[in-house]
Design a protein around this ligand. Structure first.
Ligand code: ADP
Ligand code: TRP
Length: 323
């Protein structure tokens, strides 16, 4: 039996190549090796994104982007969180057995407050919602970055507590910490991130992508000077796209002073264009047919509700809410 792997992605605007290599590519791989459950976490976004039009657009765009990048609704469960209302009911039920102290220890809540985000009750209860996402699908493996590890541990604690109190209803999930995912550097060498304005976008005009690549910061060594590939952000990005042989060959050219940064950037740009061109085409096709995306999401929610309704029924029975 394939393992049930679940992840949620908050709609977060223009995707960049850090998102692709850090997460989306892995999801596309998971849909081959596992029983993948992937959803757009719009109820999570609502804790901070409170603008009707932006919420609608960003949700549809996130879905379109993921479909364009290879998420295949025939190979996985793919839906929008709020289309499966059972998760909200389970959140409430789980909140009632979750000790306040457990929530109060959540790092991400403390971090968000430290960043000046005004806390609301939803932001505080966010780990309970994430727990419900995980448990309602009886998920086994949760691939997450280190920042989300504590939330999966909370989900385990809450599942164990529920099972002890009401009988074995929930599968106990395991985090799969994505430690080996290399941090993709941005054009300035820091972690590529929207918040640092150093991204290379995936779905933008070719001129915008080119400008970002040509703007990658390098030292000022001339074309003929020997260069250290391991210190160069252009090379670090090129590595993501190249085969082992191509990496060795480019590294050799760097060391021997046979390539300048301008040409290295051109080679990188070509790789980026070749890799993402089919995805860009697919995205343009999907954007032209928004009804098709909506249909995929509707069917995705319908498919997953066969599982969520069943789990919720077990929970209602186990707790005595089904009288
Ligand atoms: P951003 O930092 O641009 O706001 P998010 O926090 O929305 O990106 O990240 C969404 C997903 O993409 C997360 O799973 C995260 O681990 C992954 N990711 C984002 N940036 C990078 C990066 N530079 N390298 C590797 N993975 C990344
Ligand atoms: N909280 C996650 C994030 O911000 C998104 C998410 C919501 C999630 N529910 C989940 C991830 C369940 C894994 C499992 O990135």
């Amino acid at each position: 039996m394939k393992k049930k792997v679940l992840s949620g992605i908050q709609p977060s605007g223009k995707l960049h190549i850090g998102n692709y290599f850090g997460m989306i590519k892995r999801m596309v791989e998971y849909q081959e090796s596992s029983d993948l459950f992937l959803f757009i976490a719009n109820l999570h976004s609502l804790t901070t994104l409170q603008d009707k039009d932006r919420m609608k657009t960003m949700t549809l765009e996130a879905a379109t982007d993921l479909l364009a990048l290879g998420i295949d609704p025939c190979k996985c469960h793919f839906w929008v969180q709020s289309d499966v209302p059972e998760v909200a009911e389970l959140t409430w039920i789980l909140s009632c057995i979750t000790p306040m102290g457990l929530m109060e220890r959540a790092h991400s809540f403390k971090d968000k407050i430290a960043k000046g985000i005004k806390p609301n009750l939803g932001l505080f209860c966010y780990p309970a919602l994430m727990t419900a996402d995980i448990l309602i699908n009886q998920s086994e493996v949760i691939p997450v970055g280190k920042d989300q590890k504590q939330h999966v541990e909370m989900a385990r604690d809450i599942a164990i507590k529920f099972n002890n109190q009401f009988g074995d209803v929930f599968t106990i999930p395991e985090p799969d910490i994505l430690e080996d995912v290399a941090v993709v550097p941005g054009t300035d060498g820091q972690k590529m991130s929207k918040s640092y304005g150093n991204t290379i976008p995936i779905f933008d005009e070719p001129s915008v992508i080119k400008k970002a690549v040509m703007g990658i910061v390098t030292d000022s060594k001339g074309v003929d000077a020997p260069k250290a590939p391991e210190k160069c952000h252009v090379f670090a990005l090129y590595k993501l796209f190249a085969t082992a042989e191509e990496r060795t060959s480019m590294a050799g050219e760097y060391r021997k002073g046979k390539i300048g940064y301008g040409d290295a950037k051109k080679a990188l740009l070509e790789r980026i264009q070749n890799t993402f061109e089919p995805f860009q085409k697919k995205r343009a096709e999907l954007t032209a047919r928004p009804k098709e995306v909506e249909r995929i999401l509707e069917e995705g929610a319908e498919k997953v509700r066969k599982i969520t309704l069943k789990t919720l029924e077990q929970v209602r029975t186990a707790t005595g809410l089904r009288y």
